[in-house]
Design a binder for this molecule. Structure first.
Ligand SMILES: Cc1cc2nc3c(=O)[nH]c(=O)nc-3n(C[C@H](O)[C@H](O)[C@H](O)COP(=O)(O)OP(=O)(O)OC[C@H]3O[C@@H](n4cnc5c(N)ncnc54)[C@H](O)[C@@H]3O)c2cc1C
Length: 295
């Protein structure tokens, strides 16, 4: 049996270049990046992982930002915490769904330390920010020494606690486009205890046509109902081009449930989670629709 040791070498970085250089010098299975440490410390404490090197990016103050530009939209740096997103006045004004989502992530203590990007990189299938980011058509910037690539939010997680981030790479930024006119977005999660990971969560973006009668565009993100957060493209197709009635919502909910692939756990069965996804979709889409009418 492999002995799990808690010894590691601590390698702090203060600039992105330094961090990328350190990443390039070590093998993926030897090191772990630490940002706020909220998930990493827990995994190490439980002896689930035992990295030889810890590359600390908390000192990369240049990546601790939330910026909005009327043309380019919102940018969230890798060191921005859940709490700073929750409390950001510009995010509340332009993307209130993100503040609403954050109010339900873990506890204030965890939100004060934990970064939004770190949460996505930890890749728990029920990670909260993923669903609204998918609905908002967000992308993540992933950097390595001398290179950068952009990944759509729905492609960032590739498996259970696994992301597209490769050896030598780190995620540096979330990018969210400006919302088109007549757009409403809403998110909700269902968990047994407030602040716990969700049994299921759904985010819906609806853009209405100029007359505000039919759905010109829809995007649906879901978490907790598959091995990764997912985009419910078929359910989006049910909403697009239609006047959104209760019947249309019921049809979209059925299709969205079918797009999930949950597993049974001690807290709920797969059937329950599948049903939950459809139920949440109906509720969330109704609020998104009302918001789109008022936008
Ligand atoms: C008690 C508790 C309850 C929680 N409840 C919820 C919840 O309800 N909903 C929810 O969404 N989350 C929840 N979380 C998760 C929490 O939000 C995350 O632990 C936190 O946001 C992770 O960010 P961090 O900066 O602490 O990352 P760390 O713990 O430092 O890192 C997490 C993982 O991401 C990697 N990593 C970090 N940053 C980067 C980067 N820039 N590039 C590449 N890899 C990186 C690390 O190597 C590590 O594998 C909970 C956590 C705790 C401890």
């Amino acid at each position: 049996m492999k002995t799990i040791t808690t010894d590691f070498e601590y390698l702090p970085a203060t600039t992105l270049e330094e961090a990328l250089e350190l990443l390039s010098q070590h093998k993926d299975d030897e090191y772990r990046i630490i940002a706020g440490g909220q998930s990493l410390n827990t995994a190490m404490k439980h002896r689930l992982i035992a990295p030889e090197y810890i590359i600390d990016i908390k000192g990369l103050s240049d990546l601790d930002y939330i910026k909005f530009d009327a043309k380019r939209g919102l940018k969230i740096g890798a060191l921005a915490t859940h709490r700073s997103l929750e409390k950001s006045p510009i995010v509340r004004e332009k993307y209130s769904v993100l503040c609403e989502m954050e109010e339900n992530v873990a506890s204030v203590e965890t939100r004060n330390w934990g970064t939004v990007v770190g949460d996505l990189c930890n890749a728990d299938p029920a990670v909260d920010p993923a669903a609204p980011l998918i609905a908002l058509d967000a992308k993540l910037k992933v950097a390595s020494k001398g290179k950068e690539r952009i990944v759509p939010a729905e492609e960032f997680a590739v498996g259970f606690f696994e992301t597209t981030v490769q050896p030598g790479e780190m995620a540096t930024e979330i990018q969210i486009p400006v919302l088109p006119p007549n757009t409403g977005v809403y998110f909700t999660k269902y968990s047994q205890i407030h602040g716990d990971y969700a049994l299921g969560s759904v985010a819906v973006l609806i853009t209405l046509d100029k007359k505000k009668e039919t759905c010109a565009n829809a995007r649906i993100g879901m978490s907790g109902v598959a091995s990764t957060p997912i985009r419910a493209k078929k359910a989006e197709g049910v909403l697009k081009g239609k006047k959104i009635t209760d019947e249309v919502l019921a049809a979209a909910a059925k299709v969205a449930s079918e797009e999930t692939s949950p597993i049974s756990g001690i807290e709920a069965s797969a059937e329950y989670k599948r049903e939950l996804a459809g139920t949440l979709l109906k509720r969330v889409a109704k609020v998104a629709l009302e918001r789109a009418k008022k936008a």
